[in-house]
Design a protein around this ligand. Sequence first.
Ligand code: PLP
Length: 400
Amino acid sequence: MIREDFPVLKQLVYGKPLVYFDNGATTQKPMQVIDTINRMLLQMNSNIHRGVHFLSEQSSELYENARRTIQDFIHADLSQEVIFTSGATGSINAIAFSFGERYVQEGDEVIVSEMEHHANIVPWQVMCGRKRAKLKVIPFNETGELDMDAYRNLFSQKTKIVAIAHISNTLGTINPVKEIIQIAHAHGVPVLVDGAQAIQHVDVDVQDLDCDFYVFSGHKIYGPTGIGVLYGKSKWLYEIPPYQGGGDMVDCVKFEKTTYNDLPFKFEAGTTNYIGAIGLASAVDYIRTTGFDGIQAYEENLKEYALQRLQSIPGLTIYGTSRHRIGIFSFLLNGIHPYDAGMLLDKMGIAVRTGTHCTQPVMDHFDVDGTVRASLAMYNTKEEVDIFCAGLERVKKMFS
Ligand code: PLP
């Protein structure tokens, strides 16, 4: 059973078996990933790309192999289109800066949606502020689905880029990203897809989607923290300037003029988190050897079970009821403050998230201060869903 591979899940919290339902925030790591990172630190650590010695060559090779593993996993055309960053946030900031620098002028427009994580709002706002450009927002409806007619009407001659979540981290909605991209491309506008909540749950084929940029974080796909991916079509990556300057990203440095290195190094200034990248590749290998199809089928079944159990709890309101969804459930219970509910669940050994989930516009939409969020992963079980629902009933009783 997959669960056995995750040592963190075996512990007791306040004397109760841990029920970890905070996977949208970060996922736990399988032993295989922990072993890979340990091995790197114990036997192989050496800075990449800079040494002629054995250890450096070995870690450089593992790092470039990691890039190819990610290329294969997301079906990118070229390995140079895979850039290692610090995470989804780092990737979006890089594109907001570099793309904005090259293509956005005063009066231009950027489209995002009302359900974006702050990481896919604020970097665009910063860039728009710098360039005196304007942010336009696709609204979502009461079920938590994007209003596609409104989206179509947002385009103008001034639209420069669309940035959209593949899956909402609060509503759980799977957005129709392929259609969103087709519509944008019909206007000649590129699209960045924020895959932070998708990469670990659904097949991502960047060529089939035809997205221009795709970003995600390693720690949400059972890999280490501090590592993430920025996929970009090479035609864009050649055109846009680097986000950061430093070692490794240069070809020739002169005080008069500096030239940049080839892709992907142009976007990997300084010492990258190479151990993180190798750990991330190990997580992807783990998923693949476990069988991603089987994982997805299991998660689908678990999500349906959890949804049906949650819907049968009187007084529980779920925010985000799209049929196209994953096992992320944001809800409120009978007017009980989400923080109180979260604290009481914690004492039962149940880990959930409470608050705005870095999506304040979603909270504003529903006119709530925050919600409780339970987010499931491949190692969760129906028994845990039952413990969770019993816990919610207890919370209700305590407040009645
Ligand atoms: N985008 C979405 C949809 C997310 O859920 C998150 C994190 O929760 C992020 C972006 C930011 O990810 P990170 O903090 O790993 O950079």
